[in-house]
Ligand binder design. Structure first.
Ligand SMILES: [Zn+2]
Length: 199
């Protein structure tokens, strides 16, 4: 097998990619696709021998910063860039422009996890044999669904002996259950009433 080499591909605008390929034409083609442009629109496709050792990728953020790349701060709402001479913080794949942004993002993640746990507690208080397959909370607080779109918090559920998954959106009176599963669900949890369902 031929050795993969690192190439930096740039579309001349906002998009960059590091591509590992055996030759420049392949790197240009794959880089164009990653940047979302056409082959002939690539501004440059340049060898980056200092990144060859990371083949087949991905290249860790630290190595990219050392190679002159910048990262937009991971903290939502901060649009600063982290570059080689900044006081940045790297945690795994995440890059923060400064230690304050890192600390704020950690706090936000902890709050989000606590809100997710609260959502699970709420569901299990009403539906003790539910199996929670997924839980989503936007932000740090449990809030009812915003009018006009999006889910601010929900849990996806499965129940023993009930065929289809259900979803409980925070703020609603009970889970959304497929119509064909309502009889089985109501037998298990008589406290929940479904509009339009035969009682
Ligand atoms: Zn920042």
């Amino acid at each position: 097998m031929k050795q993969l080499k690192a190439y930096e591909v740039y579309d001349g605008g906002d998009n960059w990619a590091i591509i590992f390929a055996t030759n420049s034409a392949t790197a240009r083609r794959e880089g164009a696709s990653e940047c979302g442009c056409e082959f002939h629109e690539v501004d440059h496709c340049r060898r980056k021998p200092e990144l060859d050792r990371y083949a087949p990728g991905p290249v860790p953020p630290q190595a990219l910063i050392d190679a002159g790349w910048g990262f937009e701060c991971r903290r939502h709402g901060c649009s600063n860039w982290a570059r080689a001479d900044d006081d940045y913080v790297i945690r795994g794949d995440f890059v923060y422009c400064c230690s304050t942004c890192h600390a704020m993002d950690c706090a936000r993640l902890r709050q989000n996890e606590a809100a997710q746990a609260a959502m699970c507690d709420l569901v299990l208080a009403w539906l003790p044999d539910a199996q929670i397959t997924d839980v989503y909370v936007f932000g740090s607080n449990l809030e009812p669904q915003e009018r006009g779109g999006g889910y601010s918090a929900y849990a996806d559920l499965r129940f023993p002996d009930i065929e289809r998954p259900a979803r409980w959106v925070f703020g609603e009176a009970g889970p959304r259950v497929h119509g064909d599963d309502i009889p089985a669900f109501s037998a298990r949890y008589p406290a929940f009433k479904f509009e339009g369902a035969a009682s």
